[in-house]
Design a protein around this ligand. Structure first.
Ligand SMILES: Cc1cc2nc3c(=O)[nH]c(=O)nc-3n(C[C@H](O)[C@H](O)[C@H](O)COP(=O)(O)OP(=O)(O)OC[C@H]3O[C@@H](n4cnc5c(N)ncnc54)[C@H](O)[C@@H]3O)c2cc1C
Ligand code: FES
Ligand code: FES
Length: 473
């Protein structure tokens, strides 16, 4: 089966038929010989394959960096795909110039991806260039030979040279971006929209963001029958009803982090999401994929479990709603029928009155999966008695774990260190960690204790402090 596609690749209009599961990276390098986009890990970890994907949103053209090694071509219809070749000018652009002048490239393998990301950052923002902004956009890139010191110098250089002259119009005006970018919104508007059947019961291997499935089955998917969900408008978006917050299963981690309604529910959501993967992956990875992939350390799942989320599963016209904590039966075993699609996640409105906290321990601060992660939801009354509680932990059982007995233990107790010690004891009975590449079973028990303490000391600094739990001289 081939997908009929109509999109723009740099300054070229493309109409083609391709197997929908073919990777954008393979399409670029093997079919188009655009080899500036590098193939490194092919697992989303190095950023060498980064491209920009531009998409019209409410008539504004938004560009996002993504890893082309995990994205199917079947999603390109109506979009603007920008590779390093599409950014070239007769002379160096400010990013390329800064990299050259600061000596931030040696073998050069990582450089095209970094240039694409940093140019994307300058195109996107109407704010002045900031160190934090640059760091965020660089967080998905590995450089194995130059080192990061000269990349840091590149940031300072860009801040000085580009400063507040950001955004596509300004970059084109200064001769820092090819002029064709100005025409892209109108060019994309002229592409007829793709035809969507209500594909919820279509056959084929389901692909949402592709960031798990391509890592697991990357060799077979390009030739397989696939069912690409992305683009089904009904599975996108976040809306509030009188009862709950409804999050489409195709919502990406970045969309979740930046949505004002979600921020009202989970005020620190942006900080939590910064600990998930990299910007390129968060631009693709969906909440639905995180849930159905069923990793015991899935960050999104752990957070949603503590929020008592419900999931909506649909096959054809049949729909059922169940609490997320009932979805997991055993390691990667779900209460889900073949052909059922997860369409929506629902957060009860009552969550808004609670205090919420998420913690993650991983070997690296960003772009790493957790050894152990945990989320908590608590509500105390004015007397400091715990009225509502929910605790979830990842990496300590074959499934993302909802600690029901610990929750029961906490209810009705005063929010004091003795209660927390009791809850830790209870949690130790509920978890069953194993030793693996991310740490020994004993280490994960230690982390469980530390993360529960971290939750309470973070949420209730007036009631307890770290020194209540550890012998600090
Ligand atoms: C470099 C890298 C870093 C990562 N870091 C993290 C991290 O820090 N934390 C973390 O939690 N995860 C991380 N991940 C894992 C991954 O990004 C997430 O699990 C992501 O949410 C998966 O979503 P997706 O849309 O890409 O899923 P996909 O890969 O598209 O799908 C995953 C599985 O779910 C099925 N599926 C997807 N959507 C649906 C649906 N709506 N209905 C039915 N079935 C569906 C697919 O068939 C597939 O089996 C990382 C991945 C990579 C490559
Ligand atoms: S090749 Fe490493 S992230 Fe794509
Ligand atoms: S310059 Fe060689 S990997 Fe970065």
């Amino acid at each position: 089966m081939l997908a009929q596609l109509h999109f723009w690749l740099n300054n070229e209009e493309v109409r083609c038929s391709e197997p929908p599961g073919l990777l954008v990276l393979d399409y670029l390098r093997k079919k188009r010989r655009l080899v500036g986009t590098k193939e490194g890990c092919k697992e989303g970890d190095c950023g060498a394959c980064t491209v920009l994907v531009g998409e019209l949103q409410n008539s504004t053209l938004v560009y996002r960096p993504v890893t082309s090694c995990l994205m199917p071509v079947g999603e390109l219809h109506g979009k603007h795909l920008v590779t390093i070749e599409g950014l070239n000018l007769p002379r160096l652009n400010p990013v390329q110039k800064a990299i050259v002048e600061e000596g931030a490239s040696q073998c050069g393998f990582c450089t095209p991806g970094i240039v694409v990301s940093l140019t994307g950052y300058l195109m996107q923002t109407d704010q002045p260039v900031t160190t934090d902004g640059i760091k965020r956009w660089l967080s998905g890139h590995l450089c194995r030979c130059t080192g990061y010191r000269s990349l840091k110098a590149t940031c300072f250089h860009l801040k000085e040279v580009v400063g507040k002259h950001t955004g596509v119009k300004e970059l084109v005006r200064n001769g820092w971006l090819p002029a064709y970018f100005r025409e892209m919104p109108e060019r994309l508007r002229r592409i007829p929209p793709p035809v969507f059947r209500d594909g919820r019961s279509e056959e084929g291997i389901v692909i949402a963001g592709g960031t798990d499935i391509y890592v697991q089955r990357g060799e077979t998917l390009p030739g397989a029958r696939v069912h690409i969900l992305n683009g089904y408008p009904r599975m996108k978006g976040i809306r509030r009803t009188g009862r709950d917050l409804r999050i489409g299963a195709l919502t990406t981690f970045e969309e979740l982090a930046n949505h004002p309604e979600v921020q009202k529910f989970i005020p620190e959501i942006q900080q939590y999401m910064f600990r998930v993967a990299s910007l390129q992956i968060r631009n693709r990875a969906t909440i639905g994929g995180n849930i159905i992939n069923a990793s015991p350390i899935a960050d999104g799942v752990i957070l949603l479990l503590a929020l008592d989320a419900e999931v909506v599963l649909q096959k054809g016209k049949r729909q059922r709603v169940l609490p997320l904590r009932q979805l997991y039966r055993g390691y990667k075993q779900l209460d889900k029928q073949p052909g059922e699609i997860l369409t929506e996640v629902r957060l009860p409105l009552s969550v808004r009155g609670c205090q919420i906290h998420f913690e993650k321990v991983s070997k690296r601060r960003t772009l790493d999966i957790a050894s152990v992660n945990s989320a908590i939801r608590l509500r105390c009354d004015v007397a400091g008695i715990i009225q509502e509680a929910a605790l979830a932990m990842g990496g300590v059982a074959p499934i993302p774990l909802y600690l029901e007995k610990t929750r029961q233990f906490l209810l009705g107790k005063p929010c004091i260190p003795a209660t927390v010690e009791g809850a830790i004891e209870q949690a130790m009975d509920e978890i069953s960690p194993i030793s693996d590449i991310r740490g020994s079973a004993d280490y994960k028990r230690l982390l469980t204790r530390q993360l529960i303490i971290a939750h309470f000391t973070h949420l209730f600094p007036d009631r307890m402090q770290v020194r209540d739990y550890y012998a600090i001289p």
